[in-house]
Design a protein around this ligand. Structure first.
Ligand SMILES: [Zn+2]
Length: 101
């Protein structure tokens, strides 16, 4: 059974904390540990059916589904009004349009 109500809110906090820890570990060079922590966070998000906030969704690569923080294993470029994220693990590219103002 999926957790509901308060339990779900609590799980959301736990999962986001784990994700932040994973990103911090990746930045301090502990990539193995970061991957374990990220997969743990991902499992909670999936199990409790919680939507990840957009900025946290960007931590994972869209193609290989691994944790790939910006500045560690992902490069960002601006090109023709788009933000281009390139994963260095799988060479996957994710483009995000930037609205012109
Ligand atoms: Zn990737």
């Amino acid at each position: 059974m999926r957790p509901k109500g308060r339990a779900r809110g609590r799980l959301r906090g736990v999962a986001i904390d784990a994700l932040i820890d994973a990103a911090a570990l990746a930045h301090s060079g502990e990539e193995g540990l970061a991957a374990v922590k990220a997969s743990y966070a991902k499992r909670i998000f999936e199990k409790a059916n919680i939507k990840k906030p957009y900025e946290y969704r960007l931590i994972y690569c869209r193609k290989c589904k691994k944790i790939s923080p910006i500045g560690i294993s992902r490069r960002i470029r601006l090109r023709k009004g788009r933000i281009v994220f390139r994963c260095e693990i799988c060479d996957g590219v994710y483009r995000k349009m930037v609205s012109k103002s």
